[in-house]
Write a protein that binds this ligand. Structure first.
Ligand code: S3P
Length: 166
């Protein structure tokens, strides 16, 4: 049986950091994979460089390739915020394991992004609400939506573990 844990959600939702906390909190051994990191390593360019030099379509092809060839089991997979929306990725992600949407208010996401040092080529203050509202309906179709409001990452991780083990 497939036992992967897949974290989805907007940029700024804390998927990568929650994934790390989750790995440290789980009793069982889980690998940790971050799709953006794998893509960066494969191409030898950072995400902003890929967007700038090769364009978004190229990046989306890399994401599709990553997910099509993903063969992990017992893995916590932290996905790029846009991955579920392109190609056949949503179907593939759901076949690979249990999906958890890290849900935050728009205000919280903006606050997290402004504090983060990570450059995000697709972030644009002027259309972030639009992007958020367009993406929410699909995110909410995840197996579980975690309302992260006022929760510390350790509490989010504990919630995920409880649901995963239920
Ligand atoms: C993207 C989110 C980013 C990264 C890329 C595109 C998006 O990942 O994959 O910049 O379309 O929302 P994070 O969600 O980890 O920031």
């Amino acid at each position: 049986m497939n036992k992967n844990i897949i974290l989805i959600g907007m940029m700024g939702a804390g998927k990568s950091s929650v994934a790390r906390v989750l790995q440290n909190t789980m009793d069982d051994d889980f690998d940790l994979i971050d799709s953006d990191t794998i893509i960066e390593k494969k191409i030898g360019l950072s995400i902003p460089q890929i967007f700038a030099d090769k364009g978004e379509f190229f990046f989306r092809d890399l994401e599709e390739n990553f997910i099509k060839n993903f063969s992990g089991s017992n893995t916590i997979l932290s996905t790029g915020g846009g991955m579920p929306f392109y190609k056949n990725n949503w179907k593939l992600l759901n076949r690979l394991g249990t999906t958890f949407f890290l849900s935050h208010s728009l205000k919280q996401l903006l606050e997290n992004i402004s504090k983060s040092k990570r450059p995000r080529p697709l972030f644009n203050e002027n259309n972030f609400r639009e992007l958020y509202e367009a993406r929410l309906p699909l995110y909410q179709k995840a197996d579980y939506s975690i309302n992260c409001a006022n929760l510390h990452q350790t509490e989010i991780a504990r919630k995920i573990i409880k649901l995963y083990k239920a």
